[in-house]
Ligand binder design. Sequence first.
Ligand SMILES: [Zn+2]
Length: 292
Amino acid sequence: MLKKKLSIEVVYGTLPPWPNSTILYTDDSAVLVDTLFMKSDAALLAKRIKEIGKPLEAIFLTHSHPDHVWGGVELLRHFPDAKIYARPLIRKEIELDFRARQLRWTGVFNVGPFEGEIPTDLFDIQPLEGDSYDFGGHEIQLVDLKPAETVYATAFYVPEIKTYIAGDQLYNQCHYYIGAGLNRPDLWIESIEDVRARFDIDVVVPGHGYVGGTEIFDEAIDYLSFYQSQYEPYRPQIEMVQALENQYPDWKLEGVIYMTIGPAMTDPALIDLTHGHIKFGEGTIAIGSYSA
Ligand SMILES: [Zn+2]
C-alpha cells in the first residue's frame, strides 16, 4: 500500500522570544514538535492545526525551556486527546523547574501587553522512549543531543525529507543563549558537529528564526567560536554585549545576550542602560510560516 504523503509546516511565533513550532502531517494525522510560549501564540498555532484539519496525536518537546513548552497548556485546551512527550530527564527538568521559572519569567514576560500570557499550571508529560517514532509509516528519528544550549535536548530528524528539527541547538541569525546556560560554547560546537557528521541534512528547522539550509550549522559554529574568543571569567557583561552586537549587528534576539554570564542581568552599567528591563529585541524575528 502506498504511504500517505508527509507534509511539514513550521509556524514562527509572533511574540517574544519568537520560538518556532513544527507541524508534521499526513492525510490521517498530525504531530507537533514544540508548543510555542505565550497563550495567544499557542492559540494561533491551534487555529492553524485545525485548518490543516488532521487529528493531533502527539506533541514532542525538544528541551525544557518555557518558550518551547508552556504553549502546551493552551494547545491541550484545543486538543484534549493529544499526548505531550519528552525524554524522561527533560520531563523531570520541566516539572522540577516550573514554579521557579514561572516566578523568574513573570517580571520579564507577564507584564504590560503580555499580562495573562503565562500559564499558572503545568500539564502531564509522557516519557518519550525509543530511537524513532513511527508516524503512520513515516520515520521520525529521535536524536539525543550532546550538551548545547541545555544539558539535555532532543532533536528530530525526518530522513524522507532530509529535514532536521534542531530545537534550540540551532537558531537562525539570532544571538545564542550561551552564558546563562552551560556557558560552554566548545561543547555546543561539538554537539553541532556531531549531528552534521551523522545525518544527511538539506533543511534545518531552527528553534528561533527562519528555516534554512546547512549554512545555519556554519554560522552557529562561527558565532560560538567568536563568543569563546571574547569570553573570560568575570568580564563585565556590558563588554560581552557590545562585542557580540558589534560583530553581529543584524542578528535578532539580542535579549539573550543581556543575560549572558549568569542567569540574570547583574552588570550595573547594563542595568543603567536598560533600566533593568531585558528587551528581547524589536518586533518579530521571522514572519509567517514555512511549508513543504
Ligand atoms: Zn528557545
